[in-house]
Design a protein around this ligand. Sequence first.
Ligand code: SF4
Ligand code: SF4
Ligand code: SF4
Ligand code: FES
Length: 944
Amino acid sequence: MNPTTEPDLGTPASPLEETVTIEIDGLPATVKAGSTIMRAARESGVDVPKLCATDSMKPFGSCRLCVVEIEGRNGYPASCTTPVEEGMKIRTQTDSLARLRRNVMELYISDHPLDCLTCSANGDCELQDMAGAVGLREVRYGFDGENHLDAEIDTSNPYFSFDPSKCIVCSRCVRACDEVQGTFALTIEGRGFDAKVSAGIGENFLDSECVSCGACIQACPTATLMEKSIIDNGQPEHSVLTTCAYCGVGCSFKADMKGDQVVRMTPYKDGQANQGHSCVKGRFAWGYSTHKERVLAPMIRESIDDPWREVGWEEAIDYTATRFKEIQEKYGRKSIGGITSSRCTNEEVYVVQKLVRAAFGNNNVDTCARVCHSPTGYGLKQTLGTSAGTQPFESVMDADVIVIIGANPTVGHPVFASQMKRRLRQGAKLIVIDPRKIDMVRTPHIKADYHLPLLPGTNVPVINAFAHVIVSEDLCDEEYVSERCDQDSFAAWKECMLKPENAPEAVAEISGVPAEDIRNAARMYAGADRGAIYYGLGVTEHSQGSTMVMGMANLAMATGNIGFSGCGVNPLRGQNNVQGSCDMGSFPHELPGYRPVQDDAIRGIFEKNWGVEIDPEPGYRIPNMFDAAIAGEYKGMYIQGEDIAQSDPNTQHVEAALGNMECIVVQDLFLNETAKFAHVFLPGTSFLEKDGTFINAERRINRVRPVMKPRQGMAEWQITQNLARALGYPMNYSKEAEIMDEIATLTPTFGGVSFDFLDEVGSVQWPCNESAPMGTPIMHVDHFVRGKGLFIETDYVPTEERTNRKFPLLLTTGRTLTQYNVGAQTRRTPNVVWYKEDLLEIHPHDAELRGVNEGDRVSLASRKGDITLTAIITERVQPGVVYTTFHDPETGANVVTTEYSDWATSCPEYKVTAVQVAPAVHRSKWQHQFDERASKQGKILETS
Ligand code: SF4
Ligand code: SF4
Ligand code: SF4
Ligand code: FES
């Protein structure tokens, strides 16, 4: 067995607690009741041969290699499908069993190429292992008869190949796709000798429904389904356990290595967030870390029209410090600031916010969470008392009713979506509240009980209508509320929700959702024994994002759906470390742990530890930074891993702000759009070079471990530390673990966290401290963190962004499965085979009205600007609504979005923009400017 292969106990663990005592090969064993004989034997150290069984899937019983003898029973039962019974006496090794197993193996091998020595799976092939285990020495049948040895190899997928000549038709791949991933892309076509795995009739993998999650490759016991990276590089020699750097699921991976080269990422079976599963991004799209466009040397320039000049680290940092000091002398202490990145580790983020507060001497620090989940922090803190989701992912397996609001889990959080789909296939009910028909509305073996296709911008009236139904029909859990919630606020909320404007009939007119559907869906949620809400940026990125978060929390409290498994209000976080970057004190008004910077006592704790006075006044939020830059008051910015020129709304406003600044420092992997406005470029590190922690959407603190040294020569926290020193503030960490130790000292919810502790337990969900030494999977168990749960009235205030005759459609934005955020990483991987450009989805009715055909270039115009892109005509969107993604800088999707934002947190309203669509006559003015800037930068780079 390859040293990187994890043990396989054959069948899943029994969920039962009771035990039974059995005898295996003459030795007594006490095992869990409900275990299969195979699992019991393997747990007792006896390896029964197997091929079709694996512990991540239900037993199947097809290969007959695992047969055993049971005293008092006739025949040879399959150990993978036979449960243990008290007193059972089992023999796994007898002459008859050996003969039977050899016969089975002989049949398999007689139709299998005998090229073990040159096969890419050599040393990591279960068929090879089993041939050895059963003592197969000769094959009597030869290759003269019919066989599959010449079957054509399917290499269409960029990451793996399918070689049917090596297939033993064990169905593990088919079952992995069904049971683990839930895509049902594979079938076994034909019977007997003709049986073969198929990804769709006459289709190759690339053209099939396959989403390249890799579960089938992991399940395949032979070299049939095999990563191309292994075929090219050979088998790995060792592994490093780390965490995916894409979405907020936070999947654990083994980086399988050959020397210092990653040859495969294998999802880790004991990973608490992903339990051995992955998606196409985490498993395959890691090649960007060695992409040729990655910048590996620091660069500086006086003006953004100058060529870049490569310099050493010392010069780059001294240059930055000098320019920042000059700016502060000229424009004042508050004229510079920084942005932390949700893609970076907690330790990297923590030192950046400390740099701003301790070395810049102000609180002008913000993070990209500003533009995604800041309303989550605000809304959940106000109502429940803590700025985070309430549940672990596995809690969904106890939910009876699942409500998805403004999230697209199969695309944004695919591994969690697979788990959710498992629960739905077991019978949980599903309500989807989304303007689009997302996959979860109808996907193999799942059909939402209700899809409420509301108009963008009408979340709040719809959630209020839910509340109206629940209050008016006496569906509140009065006992729960009276025990755990603030009574006055509950009474006021009920009164507010009963207003006629919140009745489903009134809301139907605003939202476009039939009143009866709202009523029935509300009853379904309220009637659930366990009702769980999952939501995403379709909730938060609105002018009433915080109101909606509070509306969902109100609803969950009113129905008694917080504090247990299977319930809760759960934000699906976009980036890998959004939770962490917020926890680390990246907001201008809050120190680490969400503690107000204006509070003298809190500030005193940090001042004592940091040895510096902290400004008591909150600093600029990101939009305020842009406004202040345009006003000429904000002149310098340190931007860690964030491409604000592409990701923030109203691109032309952002560009005007950036163009008005005197020293922009970009710390990133690639020269992104923001770098076009930068004066200093400090190369950053990819996750494969980082040592630290990420925190996922379930508050789980996961370790990120380096598999190689920083390719540009310096860890990111060291860059920040050196800049702090050059500015005169002594920052003196010698390693990442010391930063986490300081975080633990200063942040009560992290009191028990250290690298050593995480290495010992794997991962932990905060709060983790003296009161919860092993962490806190479910929040608000006996009482709310704030004491009594607070109901907050959620009156609907429509966005100021309105449709009219000139802009009659509503644009909403989102992402695709294979791309991530601004695409900086994923566009530099083979994932581009599934994504060529951002497309505009338009309903057939709206397309016909405008004379738009499938594949036409169209102009998308709003009050802020216009762009051109390619249209696809689909009923996924409803009439009146169009949709696009924002992965490609050339598209410039955010040129059209507005700067309307959430009233409480300034989170931009990306999800509602009034637009017009028309056949495109020419490329837009902004896109011409983009082309000019790209060509100018190209020339600058040539001369750099
Ligand atoms: S890669 Fe995933 S989706 Fe594709 S066939 Fe395999 S299991 Fe199914
Ligand atoms: S491709 Fe692999 S897992 Fe699938 S049936 Fe063939 S041998 Fe089994
Ligand atoms: S689900 Fe998210 S964390 Fe998991 S592998 Fe995919 S991108 Fe990475
Ligand atoms: S492993 Fe039991 S029948 Fe295949």
